[in-house]
Design a protein around this ligand. Sequence first.
Ligand SMILES: Nc1ncnc2c1ncn2[C@@H]1O[C@H](COP(=O)(O)OP(=O)(O)OP(=O)(O)O)[C@@H](O)[C@H]1O
Length: 445
Amino acid sequence: MSKRPRLCLIEDDEIMGESLSDRFELEGFAFDWYRCCGDAEAALREGRYDVVLSDIRLPDRGGDELYLALQGGGLTLPPWYFITGHGAIDRAVALLKAGATDYITKPFDLDALVDKLAEWLVPRSDDDACRLGVSAGMRHIETLLPRIATQARTVLLSGESGVGKEVVARELHRLAGGPAASPFIAVNCGAIPETLLEAELFGHEKGAFTGAQRVRAGVFEQAHGGTLFLDEIGDMPLPMQVRLLRVIQERNVVRVGGTRALPVDLRLICATHRDLQEMVEEGSFREDLYYRIHVIHLKVPPLRERREDIPWLAHRLLEAWCREHPGERKRLSPQVEQALQMHQWPGNVRELKHAIERACILSEGNELDLAALFETPLPGELLHGDCGEGLQAYLQSCERAFVSKVLDGHDWQIARSAEALGISRKNLWERMRRLGLSAPAAPRD
Ligand SMILES: Nc1ncnc2c1ncn2[C@@H]1O[C@H](COP(=O)(O)OP(=O)(O)OP(=O)(O)O)[C@@H](O)[C@H]1O
């Protein structure tokens, strides 16, 4: 069983400590209350806590001193909130710069504090949370899914690349219930050479063609009792479309080189980023297949048309990254959230996911670096940038965009790029390090 997240409260004021404890108990938080830093230190060093709420002024030493000492000792600290009086705001701001999560000023709103802490202490139940997004568009899709999952046998998902069509397909599969081990088989029709596609989809008998040394079940058979997700259906060659239509209509499959019709009972989800109707008009997609698969058609909107999902997804993706990298605590600053909101996301959620992952890896502190977020900020976005960040950050973004563009134009070769920029190679290396630029890796998910 996973450990319940635990709060460390360091507060010497009895009345304040008791009110907080009463409320935390009511909320069901797991927590320990320490009256001074000395008592809390050993437990913090052992990494027993998932979040800390600490006063700054404490009897033995300052909560800030404890924080900086633990941090200086190389410990990865949990999210740390400071309670401060009005007079100590400068100190609290300095602590934020040093990596503390946030500070609250006395007298504070207890509900708001509980909300902040709950983010770390209340394990999210995936069952009652949104899974696809908080925008009206995604919520609408989410409300339709349970009915579609139980009633539709064929579903078409369309939307730009990276919007989350496969995520929706997996959600449909999950909602359909059935045996826990029911298969979800995903095939990218565009990624399989035409000559191999038929055997991949429908399987083959032994000796059906050269190299077919034994019987092989195709993906239809493999997905029997579960879900078959055919991605990039628009890339399926016309002859294969005829066979697919037959399988959908007859609900059975004949292996290549075989004669026996094998019944297949499955949910078929087809996805495409192309306009199938246009393809039908052009003659590159069969009209009968189009009508057969698009009875239930869900259009997943691009991320730029559902901007409310951007911060929600960013937090979700960040949490997922932190879960996969125990000991790493990263968070989004308001500036980073703003930059995410302003971006157009042509690569949709996939691009956002990669941006978050890149920034997690390249940012040294707990807070994601703005500069590490985008490989090449688009000049238009820079010009429309928010002035809240100040001139320095703006100039750095321009520098990053320009250096990155020159590197791109020279295949990321340092010597040629440095020459084009009119600077030394060493200078370019240093600049790249400072700006968080590195040659793009091969695309991955
Ligand atoms: N709601 C979401 N929550 C978390 N991650 C998501 C969500 N939606 C999409 N993603 C992530 O974004 C990436 C792209 O999603 P997905 O593969 O489902 O997109 P797609 O529309 O099927 O893309 P393509 O058309 O290129 O195959 C994946 O890594 C996926 O995990």
